[in-house]
Write a protein that binds this ligand. Sequence first.
Ligand code: KMT
Ligand code: NI
Length: 183
Amino acid sequence: MVAAWAYDESAPGDQRAPHQHTPNRPVSLDYLAKFGVLYYYFPHQEDGSHLEKIEALCRERDYKNRDSLTISKEKMGDVYDSKLKMFFQEHIHEDEEIRYCLDGSGYFDVRDPQDKWIRVAWTKGDCIILPAGIYHRFTLDESNYAQAMRLFKDDPKWTPINRPGADENSYRKEYVEKISKLP
Ligand code: KMT
Ligand code: NI
């Protein structure tokens, strides 16, 4: 299941290492929800009932399209390194990013309202929703393998808009405005 913590920029290891402070500084799901990062857990069931829960979420939040993506050297071949590099560039989207973990694991890093990185461990059964306009990035962890179901609204705006360069984006501004009003 999901766990989140403050990301230690000075911790050793490359992007796939956990980068926890010593001692670790855990972050709660309630804190993430305050700035729009939502989390659902649909554990894998042999009878496939986890997929029905995803269907229900899609109806509730109006997600009409989906695909699945395997992130591994074996599946991606020549584009593996460049894709991973792209996922780890800090960026926003003009729509929600919804990712259900079908298998494997990875890390989503999200910027909190103080612009600090929070690392969210994402493993099989975890569904994370990032709001439009939040700065984030993704990396595999040391297992080097993840299979993601990507859920989209019907008109997906999936181009990553990298930082810097996204600060003036209207979806970014709208998001900043929203979090500036937090209690
Ligand atoms: C994104 O936009 O950051 C991604 O789609 C990451 C790959 S899906 C686990
Ligand atoms: Ni993204």
